[in-house]
Structure formats: structure tokens, C-alpha cells
Design a protein around this ligand. Structure first.
Ligand SMILES: [Ca+2]
Ligand SMILES: [Ca+2]
Length: 129
């Protein structure tokens, strides 16, 4: 799955690169092709004439994918994932059922600074583990 996506992104990159670099318009076309168009926020972020090589481009796609998942889980949109957020996310809209206690222990395991919430950084570590 991951590898297939990598190959797909690489092919799309090749379609839109010039001399090994892709610009904002190219990225727009790729994200459209992936059915994950850029958000207004990202559009603004990219409007500085920056170009990306494939490594940077792939990192950008990975990060936005992770961020989208994180935002989905962050039900109250305070920028952190709490036990309640995770409980809601895992008990509704998924076939996998966790008990509240199981979720408490998942959060405890991933929470690097011990404040009881998962930051985006904690969450990325979980995805990369
Ligand atoms: Ca939250
Ligand atoms: Ca934390």
C-alpha cells in the first residue's frame, strides 16, 4: 500500500517536474490527481515560488497525510489528541472496538511529555513505529 503510493507519487512527480524540481503549479496538479487537493492554507504557504526535489516533495505529501489523519482524530480541534478524542474516533466510524482503559494505555504509551495528550509529534512517532 505504502510502496504503491510511493510509486504513484514518483510517477506523478515525473510528469510535472522540470530539471528534477516541481513548482507550486505542479504540486497542485499532483495533489488533485491524488484526490487530496491543497487546502487554502497550504496554497498560501506554497505561494512563494518555492520548488521541491522529489525527497522534499515526498516529505511534504507524507506530512500532510499525517496531518489530515491527526485532524480527523482531534474531534474538538484543540490541536491535541486526548483520550476522549481517540475514544470517539475509535468507537464510531470504525469496526475496531477499544475499551476506554485500552485507549488510556495507548495514549500513555505515546505521550512523550506526560501531559496526557498526544501532540502531532507524538502521533507521527506512532505512525512511523
Ligand atoms: Ca483534541
Ligand atoms: Ca503530550
Amino acid at each position: 500500500m505504502q510502496e504503491c503510493e510511493f510509486a504513484k507519487c514518483k510517477a506523478l512527480f515525473k510528469n510535472h517536474e522540470v530539471d528534477g524540481l516541481i513548482d507550486v503549479n505542479g504540486i497542485k496538479l499532483v495533489t488533485l490527481a491524488l484526490e487530496r487537493p491543497l487546502t487554502d492554507e497550504e496554497n498560501q504557504e506554497l505561494q512563494n515560488g518555492k520548488t521541491f526535489d522529489f525527497g522534499q516533495f515526498w516529505k511534504f505529501l507524507e506530512k500532510r497525510k499525517n496531518m489530515a489523519t491527526f485532524r480527523q482524530l482531534d474531534r474538538d480541534r484543540d490541536g491535541l489528541i486526548s483520550v476522549t478524542d481517540l475514544h470517539l474516533a475509535l468507537c464510531y466510524g470504525s469496526d475496531v472496538r477499544f475499551t476506554y482503559d485500552e485507549i488510556v494505555s495507548i495514549v500513555k504509551r505515546l505521550d512523550s511529555d506526560g501531559d496526557g495528550f498526544l501532540s502531532f509529534q507524538d502521533f507521527v512517532k506512532f505512525l512511523e513505529a
